[in-house]
Structures are given as structure tokens and as C-alpha cells.
Design a protein around this ligand. Structure first.
Ligand SMILES: [Zn+2]
Length: 197
């Protein structure tokens, strides 16, 4: 359990890798998001999966970095996602403009942007959040694959990612400001000051 349980959905943005037939995958973990209408996704920690990969990756990663990664994982038992000391959970960002469209270079497919909501156990970060439950509400893209994904999921498809922001209020609210960690608050104040000047 986290200290933040939200019953009302909060909106966020993320990218997926879309492949043949409009199938959606997480960009980095290769987890498939079933492309059916009205699916609610529930996060599951795959710490063991990544722990298993560490030995493999240790041949590629610098020694110091690998040592630090192992240290971070010490003492974390099997748990429900998301967990404050782990990286698990369904990830989304507050600002659609900060979502990267980079696809995993060793996988086929291209990026499509998505409007999602998250709720349940939620861990807010300065730029986004991790949550236990999520749903896809709209996609943005111009490719054949993006059209297929939107058809499969029965969600609206818009041409530009900025148009997702217009749709967001239909499905959820922004993350309440008081829940966002201090670091983001500091940046927002700097933005405001800059704007006034
Ligand atoms: Zn975890």
C-alpha cells in the first residue's frame, strides 16, 4: 500500500509502441496492453523479471552503476505495485509535451501518444505518477498502426498530441497540486516568476 489512494481518476500522458494490427506495448518493458474496448489495467511488479536480467545486463553496464542498482533493490520484498522503493506501476506524465516519442531501438514499431487516467494506489512524482489502475481514453498519431490501435480500443484518435489535452477533462482531473512533490512546486513558482517578469 502507498500513502496515496485516489478513487477519482487523474489524467496523464504516455507513449506506447504500436505494432502490426494496432497492438500496444509499453515502450521499455515490452508489456502488451490488450487492445480491447474499455479495458482497465492493473499494475504488477516485475521486479523478479528485472532482477533476473541484472546478471545479463551486468556484462554491459558499468560496474559502479550495476552495484548501485543492486543496492537500490536490497530489502524490497514482493509487493503490490506501485511501491515507493521500486519503479513499478503504470507510468504517466502530467505534461504531454514532455512525453518522449523514442521507441525501443531494438524493437520494431513506432510511438503513439495516449491519454490515460490512473487511480487506486498512486505515487505522484514531480513530472508524473505511477499508479495501480489505469485506462486508455484517446490516442494521437497519423500512422496506419495508430488508426488500427484506436479502432481496436474504440477510443478517439487525434492527429496531434496537443489535442489530447482538450479531451482530458472528459475523463479525469489533473493531479491535485498539493500531492505533487516539492521539486515540481519549486519549478512552477520559477515559471510564474519568469512569466511575471
Ligand atoms: Zn515493484
Amino acid at each position: 500500500m502507498t500513502d496515496r489512494h485516489l478513487n477519482r481518476p487523474v489524467v496523464g500522458y504516455r507513449a506506447f509502441t504500436v505494432r502490426r494490427g494496432g497492438r500496444l506495448f509499453s515502450q521499455y518493458s515490452d508489456v502488451e496492453w490488450p487492445s480491447f474496448p474499455g479495458v482497465t489495467f492493473r499494475a504488477k511488479c516485475e521486479l523478479e523479471r528485472y532482477a533476473g536480467m541484472m546478471d545479463l545486463s551486468s556484462r554491459l553496464a558499468p560496474v559502479g552503476e550495476h552495484a548501485r542498482f543492486k543496492l537500490e533493490l536490497q530489502g524490497i520484498e514482493e509487493h503490490d505495485a506501485p511501491h515507493v522503493r521500486c519503479g513499478c506501476g503504470i507510468h504517466a506524465l502530467y505534461d504531454v509535451g514532455s512525453v518522449s516519442d523514442a521507441t525501443v531501438p531494438w524493437e520494431e514499431g513506432e510511438a503513439v501518444f495516449g491519454l490515460v487516467t490512473g487511480w487506486g494506489e498512486v505515487i505522484p512524482h514531480p513530472d508524473g505518477f505511477r499508479c495501480s489502475h489505469a485506462r486508455i481514453h484517446a490516442l494521437a498519431g497519423a500512422s496506419t498502426e495508430a488508426r488500427a490501435a484506436a479502432l481496436n480500443c474504440e477510443v478517439p484518435l487525434v492527429g496531434r498530441r496537443s489535442e489530447l489535452v482538450d479531451l482530458a477533462p472528459r475523463f479525469g482531473r489533473p493531479m491535485p497540486t498539493h500531492l505533487v512533490p516539492e521539486e515540481a512546486s519549486v519549478r512552477r513558482i520559477e515559471h510564474l516568476v519568469g512569466g511575471i517578469v
